[in-house]
Design a protein around this ligand. Structure first.
Ligand code: ZN
Length: 105
């Protein structure tokens, strides 16, 4: 399994981690797709983690040809035991790329 452009293109910085109350390492993925259009859990997503990083691709954006359809993160440290979704750590990263666009909200 691979995602085009993953290698060497961790555009979105390092992925976030947290440690849960049982001491397990949890990787925190954004709940909203890279384009800011869909909830990944609702729209469908594909997450791929390898030594190069983590890619989280929105299936709906991919199907519609929206680019970029995927978040591309670098990873640090050991592999997380599980993943969860939270937009909070990523809010500033999405607006960074959209800064030149007018705000619709
Ligand atoms: Zn999407």
């Amino acid at each position: 399994m691979s995602v085009e452009g993953l290698t060497g293109e961790q555009n979105d910085g390092l992925v976030n981690y947290r440690v849960d109350p049982r001491g397990e390492r949890v990787v925190v993925l954004p709940a909203t797709c890279r384009a800011g259009r869909h909830s990944l859990v609702v729209a469908g997503y594909r997450a791929v983690a390898d030594s190069a990083g983590v890619a989280v691709e929105c299936q709906t954006c991919r199907a519609e040809g929206v680019s970029p359809a995927a978040w591309l993160f670098g990873t640090a440290g050991p592999l997380a035991a599980r993943a969860e979704f939270d937009d909070q750590p990523y809010l500033d990263r999405r607006t960074r790329a959209d800064a030149a666009l007018p705000s619709w909200k």
